[in-house]
Design a protein around this ligand. Sequence first.
Ligand SMILES: Cc1cc2nc3c(=O)[nH]c(=O)nc-3n(C[C@H](O)[C@H](O)[C@H](O)COP(=O)(O)OP(=O)(O)OC[C@H]3O[C@@H](n4cnc5c(N)ncnc54)[C@H](O)[C@@H]3O)c2cc1C
Length: 367
Amino acid sequence: MSAFDAIVVGLGGMGGAAAAHLAARGHRVLGVEQFQPAHSEGSSHGKSRVIRLAYFEDPAYVPLLRRSYELWRRLERDTGRRLLQITGGLMIGAPDSEVVTGSLRSAREHDLDHEMLDAAEIHRRFPPFTPPPGVVALYEHDAGVVFPEEAIRAHLDVAVKHAAELRFDERVEDWRVLPSGSIEVRTSHSRYDCGRLVLAPGAWAASLFKIDGLPLEVEPQMLYWFVPAGGAAQFAPNRFPIYIWDIGNGVQFYGFPADDEQRVKVAFFRSAKIDEASMRGALEPYLPALARGRRVDAVSCKYTLTPDRHFVIGLHPHHPNVVVASPCSGHGYKFASVIGEILADLATSGATGHPIGLFAPSRFSVN
Ligand SMILES: Cc1cc2nc3c(=O)[nH]c(=O)nc-3n(C[C@H](O)[C@H](O)[C@H](O)COP(=O)(O)OP(=O)(O)OC[C@H]3O[C@@H](n4cnc5c(N)ncnc54)[C@H](O)[C@@H]3O)c2cc1C
């Protein structure tokens, strides 16, 4: 018998959630992480992540989001940690932009509570925004912020509470399926064996997945924090929502209300190599108080992108007892709670009741 029912590789956003769900179901779990909990070398740091329901990327995400909200709330209750801040959210752009049309489609298909605002109304309700005439926004009340570092700690708390063994500063070097069917995992410190393996290594997926032809590209992305010109009062979370602004030609930027230190975070969505001057220039017509603000921090974070920007979640094409997860493409964090549940389903029964067809590794020509 294997020493562990399941080993989870990578205890970031997704692996931490998988370890929590597996351990809570009574499985003997080992989690291995190459750094410390909630470190800043991967994809899950930077203090805040957008969460929203009217999903412009595809309406198929909405049922997952509903479950994700439920599980975040449950995790808050179970751990006493504050993980969500509901601020409302604006999906802004030209009426025919991807962000506006896609959000509206999801809202209509799933009967989501929303309002459409014109440029004047956007500015009236949220004065820091200065949208040009013709711009519109879908406003949803349930959007807001997830706190990623805190959420990772919460999942790890749950895993430990249910007797998972977690090893930090230990790197997984390789894994292989033995003739007996169990899986051997070799790390920088030791060798372990298990019945099921969950690989959730974030930006390090390409080498650990061992799936030829899986098109994963890692890109650094910059996050900026400004203290707005004129102060942060108009950016307070009870007055200012999260937003994604589609400015055309596939370019989108997004941001958050002020944090507890009165700093306002802003970033480009899937646009690498944005320096501070380009960020200020891009913001000037739309959020002048930020464009002219004082920069107080800047952090780089890694995206792992697929060509269609949907996640990779499923069973390994050659090893049905190995589960692979690369739910990033710049928008995965909000799903971490439900993805933990999905990964636990896949690891224990090889299937899940959640709709994950969009994420099949086999949609690419892999072998
Ligand atoms: C700048 C930026 C902004 C984003 N904004 C949003 C947003 O607003 N909303 C949203 O929903 N999503 C957002 N995302 C996406 C989201 O953050 C990611 O989808 C999520 O963080 C991915 O989690 P992960 O568990 O796959 O990766 P990580 O959290 O990085 O975890 C992977 C872990 O595996 C470990 N690991 C790797 N290899 C090994 C090994 N060999 N041995 C041991 N451990 C290993 C790593 O150290 C790491 O801890 C954003 C991402 C970035 C980078």
